[in-house]
Design a protein around this ligand. Structure first.
Ligand code: ADP
Ligand code: MG
Length: 349
């Protein structure tokens, strides 16, 4: 293959890769596993994810992206390097890569991510903010002066942004998203039922019976865990009402974030948003009734993107084919030797 470009959604939960001309070719958990004694990398992606909560003392599983920032650079480099090398091994030329990042990362973090990508095998790299990629992926290609709001609810962060003329006008990144829902569910079940459950179980509960409003018909789900006092294995039935009550405050924090961005939005753009509505993307968009809840709390109509989990990666693909337009807003490919300064992609932080 010659001169193929790649788009990467480097999320807290998963890494999704788009290849120009092919579409989405890979989606794997953003996880790496290491041998504690030798420090050697043992597994990456799904293999490493399957080990979470089940590793012997000799192994350590790392999720290197926390709350949308790189908290473990070595593991991030290993994950990017592993997948990029796998994907690029038949390419004659190194690819140019568009990577998307949460809207609130600092210039230092931006520079470090660019450096990691080029060190991992890209010829040149360009960063775009997650909500902008999400908007492109959701089919908002408008480079006219018309405002649209995107709310991307991922694992570590919820990125809220108003997009106009192909760039971000107002944005906010909050640390309440899918992982926070899981933690709240674990806490609630321990407090109210004296049962400790693992994070994977909490996530399954959220996906299966979670909801952003009280369900008309209550659902139940049998889950296994460990009794807090006796330490013995137990099985209990968890209800959708309990789950809703557990995550209610998190949902309120997301709505508060949306409201605060709406408050900061200039009046003309605000008028556009009431017309064009709010697009919800990211895995959190799959939570039952999240669109209805945001509509009720803001009074603005809402839409769930067609493929919320892949929306951002599809958006990096859109970005690859519209680099001419994006470059007018400072989104340009940079090689490793061009990453020195702090003006990474038209400094916004
Ligand atoms: P990131 O951008 O951080 O990698 P994603 O956009 O891939 O995140 O979303 C991952 C989050 O979405 C996780 O917290 C996951 O539990 C959640 N999620 C996935 N499917 C569902 C579902 N059906 N209902 C509720 N949450 C979901
Ligand atoms: Mg994401």
């Amino acid at each position: 293959m010659l001169g193929i470009n790649i788009g990467i959604d480097l999320g807290t939960t998963s890494i999704v890769v788009y290849i120009e001309g092919k579409g989405i070719v890979m989606s794997e958990p953003c996880v790496a596993a290491y041998d504690n004694q030798t420090g050697k990398l043992v597994a990456v992606g799904k293999h490493a994810y399957d080990m979470i909560g089940k590793t012997p003392d000799s192994l350590r599983v790392v999720k290197p992206m926390k709350h949308g920032v790189v908290s473990d650079f070595t593991a991030t480099r290993h994950i990017l390097g592993y997948f990029l090398q796998k994907l690029c091994k038949n390419m004659v030329f190194k690819p140019n890569v568009v990577v998307c990042i949460p809207s609130a990362v600092t210039s230092l973090e931006k520079r470090t991510i660019l450096d990691l990508i080029t060190a991992a095998g890209a010829a040149k790299a360009c960063l775009i903010e997650e909500p902008l990629a999400a908007a492109l992926g959701a089919g908002i290609k408008d480079d006219r002066p018309k405002g649209t709001m995107v709310v991307d609810i991922g694992g570590g962060t919820t990125d809220i942004a108003v997009i106009t003329m192909g760039c971000i006008s107002v944005s906010k990144s909050i640390k309440t998203a899918g992982n926070a829902f899981d933690e709240s569910i674990m806490r609630q079940i321990r407090r109210e039922r004296d049962v400790i459950i693992g994070e994977k179980t909490a996530e399954q509960i959220k996906r299966q019976i979670g909801c952003a409003r009280l369900r008309n018909v209550e659902l139940g789900m049998n889950v296994k865990g460990k009794h807090f006092i006796t330490n013995m294995p137990v099985s209990i039935e968890v209800t959708s009402t309990e789950v809703y009550l557990a995550i209610r405050q998190n949902l309120e924090a997301i709505c508060e974030g949306v409201r605060s961005v709406l408050e900061l939005t200039p009046p003309e753009l605000s008028a556009d948003i009431s017309d064009s509505g709010i697009y919800i993307t990211g895995g959190g968009a799959l939570l039952q009734d999240i669109d209805v809840m945001i509509r009720e709390k803001t009074g603005v109509k809402t839409f769930i993107a067609e493929d919320p989990l892949n929306c951002v990666a599809l958006g990096t693909g859109e970005a690859l084919s519209h680099m001419d337009i994006l470059s007018q807003n400072g989104y340009v490919f940079k090689a490793r030797n061009e990453i020195g300064g702090l003006d990474v992609n038209s400094e916004q932080n």
